[in-house]
Design a protein around this ligand. Sequence first.
Ligand code: ADP
Length: 505
Amino acid sequence: YSTSAAIEEPLTPSVKVDYTQLLINGKFVDSASGKTFPTLDPRTGNVIAHVAEGDSEDVDRAVAAARKAFDEGPWPKMTAYVTTLHLRLKDQGYFCALLICLKNIMMKLQHLRLGIMESHMNRLPKLKYQWLCVFFRYYAGWADKIHGLTVPADGEHHVQILHEPFGVAGQIIPWNFPLLMFAWKVAPALACGNTIVLKTAEQTPLSALYAAKLFLEAGLPPGVLNIISGFGPTAGAALSSHMDVDKLAFTGSTDTGKIVLQLAAKSNLKPVTLELGGKSPFIVCEDADVEKAAELAHFALFFNQGQCCCAGSRTFVHERIYDQFLEKAKALAVNRVVGDPFKAGIQQGPQIDTEQFEKILRYIRVGVDSGATLETGGERFGSTGYYVQPTVFSNVQDDMLIAKEEIFGPVQSILKFKDLGDVVRRANTTRYGLAAGVFTQNIDTANTLTRALRAGTVWVNCFDVFDAAIPFGGYKMSGQGREKGIYGLNSYLQVKAVVTPLKNP
Ligand code: ADP
């Protein structure tokens, strides 16, 4: 890691944050309790803003608004064409709205605790377009193409299958990509005609409020999109167990996913899609170009400070190239530029909060104690904020905690393998199945691995490619259902069979 980038002088917010209240029925309002909570700058731990703290009473109000907008309001009854228009920014609507939003993010970056803050600042212009607006554009394209079927059935009946919106969608998102998760959740739900109550993560409440304001300006009717800032066990649990929420979509940890699934089941059995944790293998095969493989493996793990559910957090390297790979991987980590993400040239910023920071340092200690070799890093970076040195462990064994549990930080674990049979078995020996990476020039090897790996996404010679059309989701304890692409629509559509006799009896 490079110490060249100064973090001693973090920028301090000088402009006030515009939207800190809850968004209910098209208006920004205080929470029923009047309570607020601070949102902190991960570079310093300083307060950026105090945000209204939603709880069950606010969730009730938001769900009632969403229900009214669904039952009475124009949203689900609008023709698909109109929906498309709305989604297309009332003529480029959301797309522009989001662009404006992102432009403002560029200008006011230091004031808003946004997804980008945890991301690669220098890649922002490209990322912002690809990773966010594209989801609204993509699902706007679907809005007037969602239609049912007529099916031939035995007997003298005309059978229509209607695809209808579910109703009120409850959505709970995490902090690692606050705006991206907002887009993944909101775009398909709206395109299918649902209304929404979205609970943001307590660490990152600001960006969704800001984006939502632009949606209101683009003409989204009141009540269609409601946003609750607040904590999981209060606001999140209230939403999960609400009797008038028709559908729940959650992204977060596997442990919390189990809780929300239980709450949904115990209340009104609302269907739930879950996008949960991972411990994704990144497999570097014998024939790989070692330099390129090391670079991609590095990106697969360190991107966004390692705070990715699909991070390639088990780097399996073939024994023949293991030593060579290790040298490269170590050099990349040593040279990774850590510092204030608002400054140019910074590759790694702080972790999101003190809990994550402490947890990562704990895992590093566990890694050392369990006998893995600490090649570089392992400590806090600097003395303020939640920065962790880019860390590489070699000689990692399958049964070590660092090879089994999600660290969610800049800690690469490198494991050695002998042959394809060995690596397939070991890569699949995990409770997770979110993603996997394969690096090889050999098409037979690629085919063997892509079919054998039990994961919702397998990236071959690439990683973290998130086109809106590509479905994303997990096998095993990494989740249920899929987001993005055509599969993402299924989560937000009910199927109704309408059967009519061809001749009246
Ligand atoms: P992490 O541990 O990475 O913060 P979580 O799964 O706890 O991940 O958080 C993801 C989202 O789930 C956040 O919006 C959080 O507030 C919410 N959440 C946490 N606990 C609960 C809960 N008991 N019920 C509903 N939502 C929750």
